[in-house]
Design a binder for this molecule. Structure first.
Ligand code: 5GP
Ligand code: MN
Length: 342
């Protein structure tokens, strides 16, 4: 049951901004475009914005070219300086995830509506619909479409199935419930092509990414059921200026002997000192969301992330003991190891 206040806010909104998270993934782009389509069905003309560019594999989604990003010449005027009365934020667990799109105090006057499925969501909106039982924000929009009596077909179905496929790694995560499959089935029945979406998202990567994996896999480490590796700026440059989601932590956690994985990526220095992006994954039964949250990030039990200040060696020295301790306490609380010795 969707909060009637949420439906009322959508129907009353006049100047509407829709936003999703920095470094957008398939669920961010899919739910942003899906939200835009639902609002247009209500007769609205929402502005869709993201801080960062839409990744190449999602640029083919219908409407992606109309998303305003920080690189667009009208980002300041059409997004940051514009006064909206409603802001709809999808797939984002905390306000910082909106990045430069959200401009306080100009945007503070708008009603902020949060639609998200992260268990770590801080409920930062005036109206918050947080559904951790949903595998993707796009799954929530299937239910929103039902509530708004919008048929799940055509381009809407394609956008929404993209988010479900990418956030479940094509129905392989333990967030893949019968409800997820049922939502996906309805989107396919509405015309979304699963094999096309799979082929352009989870079943592909640029060659430079494979080269990068090749560079950093020799230094992979496994201790106490925790597996990790590190990626420096030099690795990214020498593999061919990698800019995309490296997506290596999901691969590392497939090791039989590991329950939790991390990939530590050195961030470009923006003048505020060195910092490292941490990408965590967990086997079913283990939880990396609280770990990421404790470092100021967030995510899901099986996939989470955070940014930690410091150099690569410092951050690895700081975070890996916390990962081991988290795994140990989860084992004591009944989680079953994938094969490692406790
Ligand atoms: P990934 O490892 O694919 O970058 O991220 C996995 C999950 O963690 C995603 O659901 C993403 O939203 C969340 N996540 C990644 N980095 C951060 C972060 O810095 N802050 C927060 N709040 N969530 C993050
Ligand atoms: Mn998501």
């Amino acid at each position: 049951m969707i909060d009637p206040a949420l439906l009322q806010a959508l129907s009353e909104g006049r100047d509407i901004l829709c936003v999703s998270h920095i470094s957008p993934d398939g669920d961010a782009v899919g739910s942003l475009l899906g939200m835009g389509r639902l609002l247009r069905r209500l007769g609205k003309q929402p502005v869709l914005a993201l801080q960062d560019p839409v990744p190449a594999e999602h640029r083919v989604l219908p409407g992606a070219a109309d998303i305003i990003t920080q690189q667009s010449p009208d980002f300041e005027i059409a997004v940051r300086q514009r006064r909206f009365d409603l802001i709809v934020c999808v797939d984002s667990s905390s306000p910082d995830r909106m990045g430069a799109v959200y401009n306080a105090p100009v945007h503070d006057a708008a009603t902020l509506l949060v639609i998200d499925h992260h268990v770590t969501n801080t409920r930062f909106g005036a109206i918050n619909w947080v559904a951790p039982e949903c595998a993707a924000a796009c799954q929530m929009l299937v239910y929103l479409a039902d509530a708004l009596e919008v048929p799940l077909e055509g381009e809407l179905a394609e956008c929404l199935l993209t988010g479900i496929v990418t956030d479940t790694l094509c129905f392989r995560t333990d967030s893949t419930t019968p409800d997820v499959l049922s939502a996906a089935m309805r989107l396919m029945q509405g015309g979304a092509d699963l094999s096309t979406i799979t082929a352009r998202t989870v079943n592909r990567r640029p060659f430079r990414l494979i080269r990068l994996w090749g560079r950093v896999l020799p230094s992979v480490q496994l201790e106490d059921g925790v597996i990790w590796t590190a990626i420096s700026r030099r690795d990214l440059a020498e593999a061919g200026d990698v800019i995309e989601d490296v997506n290596l932590s999901s691969f590392l956690v497939t090791a039989d002997e590991a329950d939790i994985s991390a990939v530590f990526t050195e961030l470009a220095n923006d003048g505020s000192g060195p910092a490292v992006d941490c990408s965590f994954r967990a086997k079913p039964g283990f939880d990396v969301s609280r770990l990421a949250f404790s470092f100021g990030g967030g995510g899901h039990p099986a996939a989470s992330g955070c940014t930690v200040k410091g150099t690569l060696p410092d951050v690895i020295a700081q975070v890996t003991p916390v990962m081991k301790a988290a795994r140990r306490s989860q084992l004591q609380n009944g989680a079953h190891s994938g094969g490692a010795q406790a």
